[in-house]
Each structure stands twice: as C-alpha cells, then as structure tokens.
Design a protein around this ligand. Structure first.
Ligand code: SF4
Length: 332
C-alpha cells in the first residue's frame, strides 16, 4: 500500500506542477444558518441538532455576523469556498440579497452550496455567482442511500443541466470514509466526466459526536483518493479538507495535488502557533501560501466597514462581530 501510494503521489504531484503554479489558498465555507430542513444525513452536525431546534427561523445566522466573516475573508485573502446551508430557513429573495452583498464585500463571484436551487433563482443569482456545488457526498449508490436518505442525487443532476444553460461552473462535494472503498473510484471518474465538474471538495470524514460515525479514514486511504483524482483530472480544481488536529498533514495533501485546503477551525488558528505551522507546512510542500493567518491585527476594520452598503447600526454590529471572531473566544 505504502509503495503504491508513493508512486501515486509522485504522479499526482507531477500532474499538479504541469498545470498549476503552486499558489495555494485557504477556502472558507460560510454557513447561512445552523439548521437544515433535510437534516438527516448520517454524518452531519445538522442531524444532531434538528430535534432540538423547534423554530428553524431562530437558527438563522445574524446576517451582520456573516458579513463580518466575509470581510475577514477578503482581508486575509481567504477564498469564500462556498456559501452553504440554509435549506428551508431563508426565502430565495433573502438569499439573493445576501449573496449580492457578499459579492460586493469580497469582490469575488461566489460558489453556492445551498441545495437544489430552481432555475429562475439561479438566473437572479448569476451576476454574483461563479458556480454551483452539488452535495454529492459519495458516489457509491448504496452508501448514498444509507447516509443521505433524504437527499437524492437526481435533483442535483437536473440542477447541473440548468447551471450549464446559464454558463455557470459546477462543483461537487465528496466525503471519504462514509463506507465506500477505493474500488468505487471509477464511479467518481464517471461522474466528473459525465457532468463536466469544474471543482471538487474532497473531505476526510471528521466524525461528529452524536452521529453513528466514530472514526475518520486512514490518512493513506484519503490521500489515495486525492491523488487518483488529480491523476485522472489534471486541470480540475481540487480542494482538500483539513483540521487543526491534522495540520501536519497539510504538506502531504499537496503531493496529491490539491489547489487549496479548507475546514480549519480558523478562529482558533489566526495569530497563533498553529498559523505558523500552516506556513511551515506550505514551505515543506514548496507551495506559495496566498492566504494570511497571522497579520490580522494590522487592519483598520472601522475604516473597512465604512465601505459596506449597510446602515450605521448594522455597521456597528459587523464591527462587534469582527472583534468577537478575532478575540479567539468564538467557538465554531
Ligand atoms: S443536506 Fe447538508 S446540511 Fe442538511 S443534513 Fe444533509 S449534509 Fe447536513
């Protein structure tokens, strides 16, 4: 296994450098709410919360906290990986307003991961959106049926064809460790080819307390999925999952050829020793880290907030929220 993985990593690293230039970003997913009307995917934090949240509207995020997060992303040069969640919480009109504002704050067109969105809404979102992500999670059909009983893939595929007609990009998520095996890799290859996927986010399962999953996948197994994906799709944008307990894996994730990394509990990282570990890991991987985790204190946030087109009292809330995020007292 080890020897075979070595060969895969060598090949995937070569493919990466033939097609990319080493610039590596942190991708930050911004969540719209702490509730999801589907709520029964077996691995998901939301599935542990659904029964406890009597009124989904109360699980809405304060929008000003979301804008605060977007502003921090802009200044730390983190990419907003996608705007995520919110199924059954906001009406589409509100979602369009939020995404437009995040686009204005960051100056970047956004990726969405907000479930199956009707075509007329996608049309309204188009000016602010680069692409739409389908939460595929696993390409093994029987595993999918078991772990995502209320989230079938067919409506996502139908949405992909709407996304195509609007000229937007298509993304997908994949979680390694849900019960699939590496024998399923050809199914992933087929899916990416068939639906002309532009961006894939590949997570290693991070077991959530209260779910049936107790262990994440072995490192070698996860790296094998990443490497094989890069070898089969040299130009695909690949985002690799990560978390602080495995920061020492970051350099390893680069050999399989990921373009960026995501899923850091980032408020506990900025300005700490962990931030330095990230920089070191990127050096080991001979990558150029484009995102900042260290210099957050140099920014005049009050001045920055003046540029957002919201009321003065909302601006004050955004500023308070930025201070809370940067205080390291904020728990994700
Ligand atoms: S649809 Fe997404 S947010 Fe909702 S339960 Fe499933 S994985 Fe979690």
């Amino acid at each position: 296994m080890e020897e075979k993985l070595d060969i895969l990593l060598e090949q995937s690293n070569k493919k990466y450098w033939e097609n990319f230039d080493g610039r590596t970003y942190f991708d930050r997913a911004i969540f719209l709410s702490w509730y999801c009307s589907i709520g029964d995917c077996k691995f998901c934090f939301m599935s542990t919360q659904k029964d406890q949240i009597k009124n989904p509207k109360l699980a809405k995020r304060q929008i000003n906290s979301l804008y605060a997060e977007a502003l921090i992303c802009k200044h730390m040069n983190w990419k907003v990986g996608f705007l995520s969640g919110g199924y059954g919480v906001y009406d589409y009109e509100k979602i369009v307003e939020i995404i437009k504002n995040v686009y204005q704050i960051t100056g970047q067109k956004q990726w969405l991961n907000i479930g199956v969105v009707p075509k007329d809404v996608l049309t309204k979102l188009k000016p602010y959106v680069e692409g739409v992500t389908g939460s595929i999670e696993t390409v093994n059909p029987s595993v999918h049926e078991k772990v995502c009983p209320s989230k079938p893939i067919d409506p996502i595929i139908k949405m992909y064809s709407d996304v195509d007609t609007l000229g937007l990009k298509k993304g997908m998520t994949l979680i390694i460790g849900l019960g699939e095996s590496i024998e399923d890799f050809p199914l992933l290859e087929k899916f990416i080819k068939e639906h002309k996927i532009d961006k894939i986010v590949i997570y290693a399962l991070n077991p959530i307390k209260g779910t049936e999953f107790k262990r994440g996948p072995e490192k070698e197994y996860y790296l094998t999925w990443l490497a094989k994906t890069r070898i089969s799709f040299p130009k695909l944008e690949i985002v690799a999952g990560s978390w602080t307990s495995r920061l020492d894996y970051l350099s390893l994730m680069k050999s399989p050829g990921a373009n960026s990394f995501t899923k850091l509990p980032v408020w506990k990282v900025i300005g700490t020793e962990k931030a330095k570990t990230i920089s070191k890991e990127m050096e080991i991987a001979e990558r150029v880290l484009m995102s900042d985790f260290e210099n957050v204190l140099d920014i005049d946030w009050e001045k920055e907030i003046e540029t957002i087109d919201i009321s003065q009292s909302d601006r004050k809330e955004v500023l308070d929220q930025i201070k809370l995020y940067l205080s390291k007292k904020y728990e994700e």
